[in-house]
Design a protein around this ligand. Structure first.
Ligand code: ATP
Ligand code: MG
Length: 391
């Protein structure tokens, strides 16, 4: 709060008598002493008033979600999201129609969990209308109000419950909250795929989400969106192996090898890149040969690339062998480029066509089998030998 950017922001809002308080994740994490990644503030006035106040103070402001009451101030290159106090007018389980209000308690009451309704003044005074700090200290995720009703308003809150549990909770679950989630497990189908996959991937990014995933599977929470999920056993091994959390790789770890990555990617609206990576992570071919030693590792790294090979290694939780050494190689060894190409085959008198590709592939196989030691001259000699053998 001594941050110059924060001071600039409050000075601008003060000029227009706008009251602003930090809210949500940034307050929750600062109470816990954890890193803060973005700053959200609740403000007493409507977005157009907030925009004008900031513009008058020469603060850059972007209308990022005027309809929902949100504008973003950018100070020293850092974004501050300012959202007008709101209350729900209409909810349908997916999207809410909101109205602006000047009542701080109304704004707090429409938030999901007690510790997500923590507000802080610029001077650090905390507002904690639902005892969120106590729940945070006890590592308990608890719905504000009646869990059943809060879930009926927005069913995504079931997934959010588990996401926040993975990050901030420890067993046992708050019984009323958990039971309501379990009862509503079957109602998640109608949600938008984007919201679901965002929550799921954020959950999987938590330091150790394995127990949470296991509880979700037991309560059938993933049945609508990820019926393929096989539980958390491989995830546990992966977490013990990995150097840093990777949500997509962890997603692969709760799916059976050979699962249809394309279908899952479509269902969860993953990006093309994510889908392709998931596909390689779940594929059974090429098999990962860890016991084959450095030569086999190099061949694997050459075929998949270091990143994907590392993914497959980390996920090969049942394969024997020195996966640590293989992983170290995947992270450090850069595969060479095949020193011959189709052009070389044409120079030997071959006509362009599929045969050229097949020949080069044959040389490549030979080159890999020789552990990449053959240089260009040796590869050319092998190419010539194959051409002569074929003619
Ligand atoms: P993170 O640090 O992971 O972003 P966060 O608390 O900021 O955590 P967001 O999903 O960014 O989480 O939401 C910001 C705040 O908005 C929450 O703290 C909560 O108060 C409120 N909120 C967000 N989504 C919902 C929802 N579906 N229902 C009720 N309140 C919500
Ligand atoms: Mg946030």
């Amino acid at each position: 709060m001594n941050d110059p950017a924060v001071r600039t922001l409050f000075a601008a809002l003060d000029q227009a008598s706008i009251v602003a308080r930090f809210v949500g994740g940034c307050v929750r994490n600062s109470v816990l002493g954890r890193a803060i990644d973005d700053y959200d503030l609740a403000v007493s006035h409507k977005p157009d008033v907030v925009m004008r106040a900031l513009e008058a103070a020469k603060v850059k402001v972007v209308p990022t979600g005027i309809k929902h009451g949100t504008v973003t101030a950018v100070i020293d290159g850092r974004p501050f999201e300012l959202t007008t106090l709101r209350r729900d007018v209409e909810t349908d389980g997916r999207r809410a129609v909101v109205a602006f209000t000047d009542d701080w308690l109304e704004d707090a009451g429409r938030r999901d969990f007690t510790f997500n309704a923590l507000y802080a003044d610029r001077d650090g005074t905390l507002y904690d209308p639902f005892d969120g700090r106590r729940d945070l200290a006890q590592a308990r995720v608890r719905f504000i109000g009646d869990a059943e009703i809060r879930i009926a308003e927005d069913r995504l809150r079931v997934l959010r419950f588990f996401r926040f549990h993975a990050w901030y909770g420890k067993p046992p679950f708050d019984a009323a909250s958990f039971d309501a989630c379990r009862r509503n497990a079957g109602s998640l189908r109608g949600l938008s795929a984007e919201r679901v996959s965002k929550e799921l991937l954020r959950l999987l990014k938590a330091p150790d989400p394995a127990d949470t995933i296991a509880a979700m599977v037991e309560a059938a929470i993933l049945d609508q969106w990820l019926p393929e999920c096989v539980g958390a056993a491989r995830l546990r091994v992966l977490i013990a192996r990995e150097d840093k959390p990777d949500p997509l790789r962890r997603l692969a770890a709760i799916l059976p090898p050979g699962a249809d990555a394309t279908a899952i990617g479509k269902r969860l609206k993953l990006s093309t890149q994510e889908s392709l990576r998931l596909d390689v992570m779940l594929a059974s071919e090429p098999a990962i040969d860890i016991t084959g030693g450095p030569k086999a590792w190099r061949a694997g790294i050459y075929r998949l690339g270091g990143g994907l090979y590392a993914d497959r290694l980390l996920l090969a939780t049942e394969a024997p062998g020195d996966w640590q050494a293989a992983l170290a190689m995947a992270r450090t060894w850069t595969p060479p480029e095949l020193p011959v190409s189709g052009g070389d085959a044409l120079k030997l008198g071959l006509k362009p066509g599929p045969r050229v590709g097949a020949l080069i592939e044959a040389v490549e196989q030979w080159w890999i089998a020789g552990d990449f030691t053959a240089d260009r001259a040796a590869c050319l000699a092998e190419l010539e030998r194959l051409v002569r053998a074929l003619s």
